[in-house]
Design a protein around this ligand. Structure first.
Ligand code: FES
Length: 89
């Protein structure tokens, strides 16, 4: 492990050791779509900033849900949560 850490560029070893996202990189959140490594936060941000309203639109924007499809129900649940929250505002 020490040998591996020594091969990393300066500053990267700390990031590896803490297991946290660097401050200058957006936190993607827990992986929701494992086929394309797309996180919950990435999907929520895309829904809110791009006005995505369907699972298909999320797939077009991020590829999430476009391979095996097992994450599609979770993407639909995120869409419903955002739409429910917006309707309550
Ligand atoms: S887990 Fe998202 S398409 Fe397979």
């Amino acid at each position: 492990m020490r040998d591996y850490l020594a091969t990393l560029p300066a500053g990267d070893a700390g990031t590896v050791l803490t297991g946290r996202t660097p401050a200058d990189v957006p936190d993607a959140g827990p992986v929701l779509c494992s086929c394309f490594s797309v996180g919950v936060n990435t999907i929520l941000t895309a829904i809110e900033t791009q006005g995505l309203a369907t699972v298909e639109a999320v797939g077009t924007a991020l590829q999430a849900g476009t391979n095996c499809g097992s994450c599609r129900p979770e993407i639909a649940a995120l869409l419903a949560r955002v739409q429910h929250r917006e309707a309550a505002e």
